[in-house]
Design a protein around this ligand. Structure first.
Ligand code: UDP
Length: 248
């Protein structure tokens, strides 16, 4: 597939060495996994859709001054990104109850939360990404207090911005997961948004019907995943013609 040096392979993406020092190439695979990779399938075209949707979102975030690792999309499945040191946290922002918060706290799916809630999970597949408190994060040096402050502020800003972008196209941003990294620039270290933002990492519901337009379709064996992702991309104006989605 590629003669470039592979740096890391995850469940849905591969990182290759970039063309210049300090850059990487992020390749989006068609693999879908859930429940800590116990469930796996190949969904043709998913990588192409996530590459485009994540490009759109990261590009907009860059343009409003939210620092991200994203530089530019290279082709159907790849984007050029800045190399960062990933902070080992999954940062989840929730607006509406669904998934694990509904299960754990017994809140009905679909209930609007009293305010947006930010949660932290320690990125560790062997442990199943356990939820952790700020106390654990700073005590075990996964991130500093300053980094956590930056992450909180960025996560809430991203939530406000994305909630607006999606609301404008009739989609409710129920919840989503973010990852952050350390960008080293000479003597300076900056906290920047990394990874991807796509329907793999968000819950997106149609505002009228509450139809799921995200990875829950895969988790819950509902089918129609690539059609749902194509719908999200089309509503965001990424594809003028939905039939051309996979030729972009
Ligand atoms: N999420 C993710 N990767 C994970 C876990 C969660 O992208 O490893 C996203 C998920 O798609 C949802 C949000 O984070 O948009 C909150 O997920 P939740 O804690 O409800 O867990 P789930 O029910 O998805 O296991």
């Amino acid at each position: 597939m590629s003669r470039r040096k592979k740096i890391y392979e995850g469940k849905a993406k591969i990182l290759y060495e970039g063309p210049e020092p300090g850059t990487l190439i992020q390749y989006f695979k068609d693999d879908a996994t859930a429940f800590n990779a116990q469930k796996h399938a190949i969904i043709e075209g998913k990588g192409v859709l996530n590459n485009r949707i994540s490009e759109f979102i990261m590009g907009h975030l860059n343009s409003i001054g939210v620092p991200t690792h994203f530089i530019r999309r290279l082709n159907m499945r790849e984007q050029l990104i800045r190399e960062v040191e990933i902070i080992p946290l999954e940062v989840v922002v929730r607006n509406i109850s669904a998934g694990s918060i509904s299960k754990k706290l017994g809140i009905a799916e679909g209930e609007v939360l009293p305010r947006s809630i930010v949660e932290f999970y320690y990125k560790n597949d062997e442990l199943g990404d356990p939820m952790v408190a700020e106390e654990h994060i700073t005590a075990f040096n996964w991130a500093t207090t300053q980094e956590l402050d930056d992450i909180m502020a960025l996560a809430l800003r991203i939530n406000d911005y994305l909630s607006g972008i999606f609301a404008a196209v009739g989609i409710r941003l129920v919840d989503f997961k973010l990852e952050f990294g350390r960008l080293f620039e000479g003597e300076m270290v900056r906290t920047v948004l990394a990874d991807e933002i796509s329907p793999d990492s968000c819950r997106l519901w149609d505002a009228k019907s509450n139809n799921k337009l995200d990875k829950d379709r895969f988790r819950q064996d509902m089918g129609g995943l690539s059609e749902a992702y194509t719908e999200v991309a089309t509503r965001l104006g990424i594809f003028k013609d939905p039939n051309s989605a996979l030729e972009a």
